[in-house]
Design a binder for this molecule. Structure first.
Ligand code: GLC
Length: 587
């Protein structure tokens, strides 16, 4: 199969350039939890090959595969020990090649996860770096001497007596971001787990090796990369501590560093300038507009990524810590999306997601996973597929999968949940599991990582063996087999959404204009391209809501898509049922 690189895509009536990745729907596969073919309780690549039919029927265009590289799995593969090998747990390189070929045979492209802010501590580079202060690969990582404990007003329970870490940065998984290495008497930086040492991108050899590795995967025939925490690769000069008085936290210090655009520009020139789908994960809140623009701008001062993932909407209900939640309301959510739709109205492109492997299930978070599970899952799907940008469907989302009812800390597997909670329990910052149970149920990444529910058989048809993490007990009701058998299911609605996008340029390229930014439960907007217009109205509520729609929009509107099975007619007064979503074609 060959894909044109569309380097100079045709222009649409509003000036937008046609690109294959703008028209695509991406489906995210988290291999550990997708399908287990060899009965060890862990998903694998052959399991994905066996299920390509599911993806093909859904109609998606691209698979983003979470890491399958050789890894000790401290962070489920985001700790890579060998970038050019497949982890045994997931299969072999031959299995991976078969997956690529099978996907391509079905006209589905494959993008791989690029995790190059850090490696595993078991990577050969790091193992070499540990041998001495002047080891060949020492400078591939970020090493510093500790500070004199007597001179700082901080307490730590790590490192040798009298010494504290080089600065006060905290790991995103809790505790200090530095680990002490006794044999060489220095500390290395790890912004995530201590088994994930940060690479030193200042060293040109690191960049050479990373770019060479990327080209190696491209030669194998992949279609792009999802770039893990890519806005962390350039660290600030001097690695200054945080400044609580000025409100500067670790994350503010380490994101969008001074050389990040230079590094990404180099990557663009040496690897990516060929029409791939590239999506950069940009952590931090907010993501400064000037940086956002540069990351995705195709212009001469842009890094040329296709799109980015920002975090602003998925941080609305989060406190500083994983055991803290805050309230969100629909006006906040709309404000975030409206701002991002406007930011890339003329240049740049949005990715559209409401959940992924790091976020709880969207129907539990933004919808109603009880009485209106189906309706709200479809409504959220309608939103994702009718905003301007490329939609990302996270495995199981198309089945309306929900959060897991966690009962104890033993139910969790994720370092990003366990590390901070255990540290907080040890230090007495958190009293007991029960005190944080509700928040963890709402926030934990493990909500997304329970096995995909394929059927109502044992282990939800995911595996013959006990899975590595429990199956959601609602699998007897929520599963792919039941969804496929029911024309009215979330799954079939998603198929229609994908098809709708493929058949209508206005869905992909149309301008976005919000109509109800201040309404507490309605989100209405239009999408316009030339003389085509869509009018979308979504009722984010368990109650019916009436909307006095602008007369010119409803005049000759016809319903193109909706999540209730009957057409309730169109009038200036629209009576929307709970979680009702309607997409009209209008003028
Ligand atoms: C990203 C990944 C997440 C991982 C982290 C460290 O945020 O999505 O799963 O834990 O980076 O690699």
């Amino acid at each position: 199969m060959t894909f044109e690189t569309d380097a100079a895509g045709e222009r649409l009536p509003n000036g937008e350039r046609r690109r294959w990745w703008k028209e695509a729907v991406v489906y995210q596969v988290y291999p550990r939890s997708f399908a287990d073919s060899d009965g060890d309780g862990v998903g694998d690549i052959r399991g994905i090959v066996d299920r390509v039919g599911h993806l093909d029927d859904l109609g998606v265009d691209v698979v983003w595969l979470n890491p399958v590289y050789e890894s000790p799995q401290a962070d489920n593969g985001y700790d890579i020990a060998d970038y050019r090998a497949i982890d045994e747990q997931y299969g072999t390189m031959a299995d991976w090649e078969e997956l690529l070929d099978t996907l391509h045979d079905h006209d589905i492209r494959l993008i791989m996860d690029l995790v190059v802010n850090h490696t595993s501590d078991e990577h050969d580079w790091f193992q070499n770096a540990l041998t001495s202060r002047d080891a060949d690969y020492r400078d591939y990582y970020i090493w510093r001497e500790g500070r004199d404990a007597a001179e700082v007003d901080e307490t730590y329970d790590v490192g040798p007596d009298g010494e504290v870490p080089p600065n006060d940065w905290e790991s995103f998984f809790g505790g200090p971001a530095w680990a002490y290495h006794e044999a060489t008497g220095e500390w290395y930086l790890h912004l995530f787990d201590r088994k994930q040492p940060d690479l030193n991108w200042e060293n040109p050899d690191v960049r050479d090796d990373v770019f060479e590795m990327m080209n190696w995967w491209i030669e194998k025939g992949i279609d792009g990369f999802r770039m893990d925490v890519i806005n962390l690769v350039s660290k600030p000069e001097g690695l200054p501590s945080t400044d609580p008085e000025a409100g500067i936290r670790t994350i503010d210090r380490v994101t969008n560093g001074p050389r990040v655009h230079e590094f990404l520009g180099e990557m663009r020139d040496r690897v990516l300038d060929r029409g791939f789908l590239t999506v950069g994960e940009m952590i931090g809140d907010p993501l400064p507009g000037e940086h956002a623009r540069r990351y995705v701008s195709p212009g001469p001062d842009g890094d040329g990524l296709s799109m980015l993932f920002h975090f602003e909407h998925v941080l609305l209900d989060r406190g500083e810590r994983i055991w803290e939640t805050t309230d969100w309301d629909l006006t906040d959510l709309k404000a975030v999306f409206d701002r991002w739709q406007a930011a890339f109205a003329d240049e740049g492109w949005n990715s559209l997601y409401l959940n992924n492997h790091d976020q709880p299930r969207m129907v539990s978070r933004f919808g109603n996973d009880g009485e209106y599970r189906r309706e709200s899952a479809k409504l959220l799907g309608t939103l994702l597929h009718t905003l301007r940008g490329t939609p990302y469907v996270y495995q199981g989302e198309e089945l309306g999968m929900t959060n897991y009812p966690f009962e104890s800390l033993d139910d969790f597997r994720d370092v990003g949940t366990l590390n901070p909670v255990r540290t907080a329990l040890d230090r007495g910052v958190v009293e007991s599991f029960d005190a944080v149970k509700e928040a963890l149920r709402a926030n934990s990444r493990d909500n997304a990582r329970t096995p995909v529910q394929w059927s109502d058989e044992e282990h939800a048809g995911f595996s013959d063996a006990e899975p590595w993490i429990s199956v959601n007990p609602n699998y007897d009701e929520v599963n792919a087999e039941a969804e496929r058998a029911d024309e009215d299911s979330v799954y079939h609605y998603y198929r229609r959404l994908v098809e709708f996008r493929h058949e209508n340029d206005v869905v992909v390229y149309g301008d976005y204009d919000p109509l109800t930014p201040d309404h507490e439960s309605l989100w209405a907007y239009t999408r316009t391209l030339g003389d085509e217009r869509l009018f979308v109205v979504l009722n984010f509520a368990d109650e019916a809501t009436t909307y006095d729609a602008p007369a010119e929009l409803v005049g000759d509107a016809t319903l193109a898509l909706g999540n209730y099975d009957d057409d309730d007619g169109v009038d200036e007064t629209l009576d929307l049922r709970p979680w009702e979503a309607r997409v009209y074609r209008t003028r």
